[in-house]
Design a protein around this ligand. Structure first.
Ligand code: GLY
Length: 370
C-alpha cells in the first residue's frame, strides 16, 4: 500500500513511522523541514492532568490513554532509531499567588478529585519542600504526581531517524497543494507541479491542514493557528527546578539538557510568528512571580509556535469522508502528548481498514451537517 503523509511535524512523523512498521510504503511531504515546526518549539509536557480544563473531559481521557501508551511507543522507537529521550515522570506543582488563583486551583482540584485522579492539595510549606525555588508569594498549591515530560526535540530526531531507517521517503520544502481524488476515492497528491499517485493520504499538516485544495466540504479541518511564544532559559546552580511548575498564567518546565522552558502566550495573530517584547515581558514577569531566581538566568532562546486549533479544540483523527483520506490534525496544545495514541490508532485503522473504536469522538466527520 502506498501512502502519502502530508506534514512532517510530531503527528505526521509518528503516524508515517507507524505505517512503515506495518509494511506500508510511505512518502512524507513537508512544506519546510521535517521536525522543525510547533513540536520543536514546545515544552514537551505530558500533562493530561494539568493542561486541560473542566469542559474538556474527553481530552483528558485521550491524554491519559496516550500517556499510558508512551512506554510502548518509546520501546518501538528505540528499536528503529537506536536512541530515544527519557520519559520523565517528574509531576506538576499547580500553584497560585493570589485569591483568584487559589480559587482556580481549588476548582481544578475538586474537578479532578471527582474523577478519582491522583491529585493532592498541599500547603505552601509542603510545596516549597517539593520545590525549594518557589517564591514565598505562592499561597496555594496542588500536586499532580502523574504528569510527565519528555525532551521533544530529541523525540523528533528519533522519529525522523526511525522513519529513514524504516525506508520512508522524505520530501522536504515540498508543500502539498491539492488532494487528487475522483468522486469518492483518493488518487494522489499534487505537489511541486506534479501528481504523485497513492492509495491513501494522511493530512497531518497542523494549522496548514485546510490550506490544501480538494479536501471534501463535508470534512473541512477548519484549523486556525494559535500563536504561542516560549522562552528557553539556561539553568545555573542557583536555579535548578526539580518539577514542572504552573500557575493559571504560565508554566516552567526544567529540561534534561540543563534549560528551563518558560511558556507560553496564547495569541490570535493568524500565521504571524514574530516574537514580541510584550510577550517576553509577560512570560518573564509571570515566571518570576513563581520562581524569583530565574531573574539572573541567561535567556537562550525566544521561539514562536503555531498551535493547530480546531473548532472545538479537539483533534480530528481518522477517516475523512473520501475513500483513502484520513486526518491527523488539530492537536492544539497537545501534539507531543497525543502522538502515541494518534499514530497507533490511525496506522491500525488505515492498514486494517476498520475504524478505530477508541477515537470515535474525534472523527473528522463529527462536524458534518446531518
Ligand atoms: N502545551 C503547552 C502549550 O500549548 O503552551
Amino acid at each position: 500500500m502506498k501512502i502519502a503523509v502530508v506534514g512532517g511535524g510530531i503527528i505526521g512523523l509518528s503516524t508515517a513511522w507507524q505505517l512503515l512498521r506495518r509494511g506500508a510504503g510511505v512518502t512524507l511531504y513537508e512544506r519546510d523541514r521535517a521536525g522543525a515546526s510547533t513540536g520543536d518549539v514546545a515544552a514537551g509536557m505530558l500533562a493530561p492532568y494539568a493542561e486541560v480544563g473542566f469542559e474538556e473531559l474527553n481530552l483528558m481521557k485521550l491524554g491519559q490513554l496516550s500517556l499510558e501508551r508512551y512506554p510502548q511507543f518509546l520501546e518501538e522507537l528505540r528499536e528503529d532509531a537506536g536512541f530515544v529521550p527519557e520519559l520523565d515522570t517528574c509531576g506538576t506543582l499547580l500553584v497560585g499567588v493570589d485569591r483568584d488563583d487559589a480559587q482556580q486551583v481549588r476548582r481544578l482540584y475538586d474537578f479532578r478529585k471527582q474523577l478519582d485522579m491522583r491529585i493532592e492539595m498541599i500547603s505552601s510549606a509542603e510545596a516549597r519542600e517539593r520545590e525549594p525555588l518557589l517564591s514565598p508569594r505562592v499561597v496555594t498549591a496542588a500536586w499532580l504526581a502523574d504528569d510527565g515530560q519528555i525532551d521533544n526535540r530529541k523525540l523528533l530526531s528519533a522519529l525522523l531517524q526511525a522513519f529513514r531507517n524504516r525506508g520512508g521517503q522524505l520530501r522536504e520544502q515540498t508543500p502539498v497543494d491539492e488532494l487528487v481524488h475522483r468522486s469518492d476515492r483518493v488518487e494522489g497528491v499534487r505537489a511541486g507541479g506534479k501528481t504523485h499517485p497513492c492509495d491513501a493520504v494522511v493530512i497531518a499538516a497542523g494549522c496548514w491542514s485546510d490550506r490544501i485544495a480538494g479536501l471534501p466540504a463535508t470534512a473541512q479541518p477548519m484549523i486556525r493557528p494559535l500563536k504561542g511564544q516560549i522562552l528557553t532559559l539556561k539553568q545555573t546552580t542557583d536555579c535548578e527546578p526539580v518539577c514542572m511548575i504552573r500557575s493559571p498564567r504560565v508554566y516552567l518546565v526544567p529540561k534534561s539538557d540543563g534549560t528551563i522552558r518558560l511558556g507560553a502566550t496564547s495569541e490570535e495573530k493568524g500565521y504571524d510568528t514574530t516574537p514580541t517584547a510584550g510577550g517576553v515581558k509577560e512570560l518573564l514577569e509571570d515566571g518570576w512571580e513563581l520562581v524569583p531566581s530565574i531573574y539572573d538566568l541567561p535567556l537562550e532562546e525566544v521561539r514562536t509556535g503555531l498551535r493547530p486549533a480546531g473548532r472545538d479544540h479537539a483533534p480530528s483523527i481518522g477517516y475523512a469522508g473520501v475513500e483513502g483520506l484520513y486526518y491527523a490534525t488539530g492537536h492544539y496544545r497537545h501534539g507531543i502528548l497525543y502522538a502515541p495514541v494518534t499514530a497507533f490508532s490511525l496506522a491500525d485503522e488505515i492498514i486494517e481498514n476498520r475504524p478505530h473504536g477508541q477515537l470515535k469522538e474525534f472523527s473528522p466527520l463529527r462536524f458534518k451537517k446531518q
